[in-house]
Design a protein around this ligand. Structure first.
Ligand SMILES: *[C@@H]1O[C@H](CO)[C@@H](O)[C@H](O)[C@H]1NC(C)=O
Ligand SMILES: *[C@@H]1O[C@H](CO)[C@@H](O)[C@H](O)[C@H]1NC(C)=O
Ligand SMILES: *[C@@H]1O[C@H](CO)[C@@H](O)[C@H](O)[C@H]1NC(C)=O
Length: 267
């Protein structure tokens, strides 16, 4: 019910502001050409006048076609249909166009010359924990851009059609882009990486690997030290063994010498 009244109010506003309800709306792109048909067909035409916001911009009555003001050099007429042709459209061409064919005043046409949308900028606001973030898409939009739509995309998915995108821990997308669109163009913001802090970035999740790393280093260090000590011990034992062996051999040799001496003494 309230929606109905809102629509009615908007329509009422439209009708009261535009006394001529039959105005046809034409959207055209900046720099392009447009052909505006008078909205009625004729068997033969002998005189044409087109006005822009009540000023005569082109005139023809069997001889030359004369364009005026800012339309000189970029206006023309189709004498069989009565259509007005304007090339190299500028923002100033926006407005109401009134055709007069053979002195007959015809319905007004509303022309909107639309500029390509600008590149939007994304503003980021997060809570301290980075568990909740608002991305706001901003661009300096004026009426010269025509009807502009906003769109938030993550890869090929459209997440929102408003200026703001709210992210929570449930948002696991890698990155986001805000796109502005009008009937003739679109423009995307720079890519914004997902600012939400997920479990991988939780303080505990950072602390645990660090503790593990420290423990590992301790363990490795301990092992190396242990191995070194073992080696040293082994070396000491080896040395002692070698000494003992040497002493034993020496003893044997001494004994032998004694024997030899003894032997020779026996001879
Ligand atoms: C029509 O144009 C011709 C040359 O293109 C010019 O000589 C003539 O004076 C013009 N006629 C009118 C009525 O402007
Ligand atoms: C928006 O654009 C208009 C026209 O180009 C300019 O006059 C105005 O200063 C701009 N506003 C901001 C906030 O950039
Ligand atoms: C954006 O514009 C390009 C051409 O400029 C077009 O190819 C593309 O389909 C448009 N994208 C959307 C989503 O309209």
């Amino acid at each position: 019910m309230s929606a109905f009244w809102t629509v009615s109010a908007v329509l009422l506003l439209y009708f009261t502001q535009n006394s001529c309800v039959t105005a046809r709306l034409i959207l055209a792109k900046l720099g392009d050409s447009v052909v505006m048909h008078p909205g009625q067909t004729f068997d033969s035409i002998s005189a044409i006048i087109w006005k822009h916001n009540m000023n005569i911009i082109v005139e023809w009555s069997g001889a030359n076609t004369t364009c005026f003001g800012g339309f000189i050099g970029r206006c023309g007429l189709d004498k069989t249909t009565g259509s007005l042709i304007i090339s190299s459209l500028t923002v100033e061409d926006t407005g109401h166009y009134n055709p007069e064919i053979d002195s007959k005043i015809l319905g007004v046409i509303e022309l909107w010359v639309i500029k390509p949308v600008p590149k939007p900028t994304v503003f980021l606001e997060c809570n301290k924990e980075k568990s909740l973030c608002d991305l706001t898409c901003k661009a300096n939009i004026t009426s010269h851009f025509g009807p502009v739509m906003y769109r938030w995309e993550a890869g090929k998915d459209v997440l929102s059609r408003s200026t703001r995108l709210t992210l929570t821990k449930a948002n696991r997308e890698h990155s986001y882009v805000c796109m502005l669109l009008n009937p003739f163009s679109n423009s995307s913001s720079d890519v914004v990486l997902n600012p939400i802090s997920h479990t991988g970035f939780h303080p505990a999740a950072v602390a645990v690997p660090i503790v593990l790393l420290v423990l590992t280093l301790f363990a490795v260090g301990g092992y190396v030290r242990h191995r070194k000590a073992e080696k040293k011990q082994a070396q000491t034992a080896e040395a002692a063994q070698a000494e003992r062996t040497a002493m034993t051999l020496k003893g044997v040799v001494t004994d032998r010498t004694h024997l030899q001496h003894g032997g020779s003494a026996l001879h």
